[in-house]
Design a binder for this molecule. Structure first.
Ligand code: NAD
Length: 355
């Protein structure tokens, strides 16, 4: 492994800490990209990496992504990320989670953790026994900020799709607008429900076909095979399942005017934003449109830290700023000819004092 600071993914991260705990067996990396706007917030990934360099790359890349995402969400939070290097059997013990909590606590609130791939809500509750710097904990009662981020994420995507339709198609509402939804889980299902209320025409797909079928039966709309959804002739393609679907082949298959959905890291490589733009397709940068969930959990954390309580209504009004941010990105992109994903990155860099 080469020294990590020569890695392409190293971007003047403020702190990169390797945590080893001999007694519990914990090996983790905590990366703080920027705390310019506030504590570096981002989840903890629990993953078995064939090579520790992969863990370092994930920590560096994902923490920078969180800086951009939190900044563009208008949150007083910076960007951070932790990875716990699991063994081949993915052994996870209470002692490891306690040691991880101690490491987060030792950073004194500069890093705020949450769930990510491989870490459950119960794991985070265990971590929170050792540190208060945890977001995304279960919340008591409806109407509170926090809890399952899926519905909040879906709400932001729905508003973003409306803004995209207004910008690209000049339509003030979604009646009759055809949206192809890839993935009908927590986020995609929520988006489809909100779109249906506005009279959008839906085509749905999920690798669990029965899930898409049940939703289509409830809302109306067609179901297609998951391999077909990306090539459906439609107004909006809304990816809400996997990342990296916008590669050369995936973009060539698109038959839509707009790509707007919640999946993380939709562009396979940095230049694919340009490939989309060259085809005249309007792209809603993923980390801007899918910020509803992080807005909810961060608002819950900040209220708890300050000894108060945040309502879901307050979160919704913050999420309602997502369409304005997207519109600013698209306008800048239209004027400058710079692809929308690059415009978003530049705006984020400015917000974190690196413009
Ligand atoms: P989920 O697991 O609830 O739903 C994902 C759905 O996609 C599942 O129903 C799954 O069967 C389906 N799927 C998987 N592969 C597919 C394929 N090839 N074709 C069609 N369907 C497929 O997950 P989620 O919470 O709804 O998250 C969806 C995406 O949004 C992920 O990329 C996630 O990282 C991203 N995201 C989620 C949130 C959130 O608040 N949950 C926030 C930001 C981003």
């Amino acid at each position: 492994m080469s020294a990590f600071w020569t890695e392409a993914d190293f971007d003047d991260h403020e702190l990169v800490q390797v945590v080893r705990c001999r007694t519990s067996g914990l090996t983790a990396i905590i990366a703080l990209h920027s705390t310019h706007l506030g504590p570096g917030a981002g989840g903890t990934r629990f993953w078995h990496y064939a090579d520790p360099a992969g863990a370092m790359r994930d920590a560096l890349r994902l923490s920078r992504g969180m800086s951009y995402k939190n900044a563009m969400a208008g949150l007083p939070m910076g960007g951070g990320k932790a990875v716990i290097l699991a063994d081949e059997n993915r052994t996870k013990t209470p002692e490891m989670l306690a040691a991880f909590g101690d490491a987060v606590e030792a950073l004194g609130g500069r890093y705020v953790t949450a769930e990510d791939v491989g870490i459950s809500e119960a794991d985070m509750v265990a971590v929170s026994q050792r540190t208060a710097h945890v977001s995304g904990l279960p919340v008591a009662g409806e109407g509170s900020a926090g809890g399952d981020p899926g519905p909040f994420t879906a709400y932001g995507i729905y508003l973003g799709i409306k803004a995209a339709v207004a910008h690209k198609l000049g339509k003030a509402n979604l009646a009759g607008v055809h949206v192809a939804v890839q993935g009908t889980g927590s986020v995609g299902g929520g988006v489809a429900r909100l779109l249906a209320k506005d009279g959008a025409r839906l085509t749905l797909a999920d690798i669990h076909a029965e899930r898409a079928g049940a939703l289509a039966a409830e809302l109306g709309g067609d179901v297609v095979a998951s391999e077909a959804i990306q090539g459906i002739a439609c107004d909006v393609f809304s990816p809400n399942a996997l990342g990296a679907i916008l590669d050369d082949e995936g973009i060539a298959r698109l038959d839509c005017a707009i790509v707007a959905g919640g999946a993380n890291n939709q562009l396979a490589r940095a230049h694919h934003g340009e490939v989309l733009a060259a085809r005249g397709i309007l792209y809603a940068p993923d980390y801007v449109i899918n910020a509803g969930g992080i807005i909810s959990v961060a608002t819950e954390y900040l209220a708890r830290r300050d000894g108060s309580h945040a309502e879901a209504a307050a979160v919704r009004s913050l999420i309602e700023q997502i369409p304005g941010r997207l519109e600013a990105i698209w306008q800048e992109s239209d004027t400058s000819g710079v692809p929308s994903d690059v415009v978003a990155d530049r705006m984020a860099q400015k917000l974190i004092g690196r413009g």
